[in-house]
Design a protein around this ligand. Sequence first.
Ligand code: NAI
Length: 336
Amino acid sequence: MKIAVFSTRPYDREFLDQANQAAGGRHRFSWYESRLNATTADLARDHDCVCAFVNDHLGRQELEILAGQGTRLIALRSAGFNNVDLEAARDLGLQIGRVPAYSPDAIAEHAVALILCLNRKIHKAYARVREGNFALEGLLGFDLKGKVAGVIGTGKIGINVARILKGFGCEVLASDPFETPELAQIGGRYVPVEELMAACDIITLHCPLTPDTRHLIDRAAIGRMKHGVMLINTSRGAVMDARAVISGLKNGRIGYVGLDVYEEEEDLFFEDLSEQVIRDDVFVRLMTFPNVLITGHQGFFTREAMSAIAGTTIGNISAFEDSGTPLYPVQVERRG
Ligand code: NAI
C-alpha cells in the first residue's frame, strides 16, 4: 500500500523500514515531518493509508479531506486514539487501526524513573557534581518502602507500575472501573478514587483520556490529597488540570510533580525549540518549580517499544490490505 507517514522523525523511519522489510517490503512510504492537520492533509493525496502519531489532528475536517483524496485506512502508531473523531471516521467509511500494546513495561518503567528521579533529585545531583559541588543540602529524599502509592487505571501499564512499586515495598492502592484480579495477586487492593486520593503519598495516572477522565486531577481532587503528595502523569496531559496543579504546588499541597505529557503538548513536544521563545505561560510556569520534572512524551521510547509499534503498525496495514480490516481496529463505541 501507499502510506503517508506524518510526524516522522528519523527513528520512526528506521523502525518502520525494518518492519516493512520483515513483511517482504510490500508497502511504500512517503515520509512527512509535519504534523497532520487540515493544512498538511493534502500531502496524503492518493495514499491509501495515513500513518499518524499522538499529536496529529484527525478531526472531522482532516478526515473529510483524507477520505476525499482516497485514504481508506488511518494507522495510528499509538495506543491512545483520543486525537481521532471516531464518529466522523465511521461516517466517512474510514477504518482506524491502533497499537493496543507495545511494551507497557517501557511506560511503566518511565513512570517509576520519574518517581525515583524526583524523590532522590538525581537530575539536580548530576548537574551539581559536574560543577564540583558535592554538598547534599536540598537533595534529601524519602524511602519508597512503606509509602502508600496510588495507581489510577490498572490496565496494561498501570498494573506493571503497581508490580514495580510493590517490589519497592510500597503499599499499593488502585482505582479502575474495570478491576483486574491481577492486582490482588501482586498484593494491591482497589479502593474508591476519593479514598485513594486522600491516602496516597504518590499518585500515578495510567487511565486513558476520555470525557470522564478529563481534568480528573482538578482543584477539588488536589484539595483532598495528602500534604506533600507526589503526582506522576505519563497518560495524557488533559487528565490533569495544569492550572490547578500550579496552585497546588504554590500552596504546598503538592510536593512533587513528574510529567511525561502535557495538555497543550502538541505545540511543544517532539521538536527542538531551544532557540525559540516558548509562548505557553502555563508550561513555562510549571518548569520554574524546583520540584517539577518534565520529560517530553518519551515513555514509549525504548528500542523494544519502537520495534513493537512499527511491527503492529505494518501488521495493521497488511491485514487491511488483505482483508479490509486492520489487526487492531478502533471501534466507534469504544470511546468514552
Ligand atoms: P489500557 O487500556 O490497558 O488501560 C487503561 C485502564 O484505565 C483500563 O483498565 C481502564 O479501565 C482504566 N480506566 C478508564 N477510565 C478510568 C477512570 N476514570 N479511572 C480509573 N481508571 C480508568 O491502557 P494502557 O496501555 O495501560 O495505557 C494507558 C494510557 O497510557 C493510554 O491511554 C495512553 O494515554 C497512555 N500512554 C502513554 C504513553 C507515553 O509514552 N507516555 C505511551 C502509551 C500510552
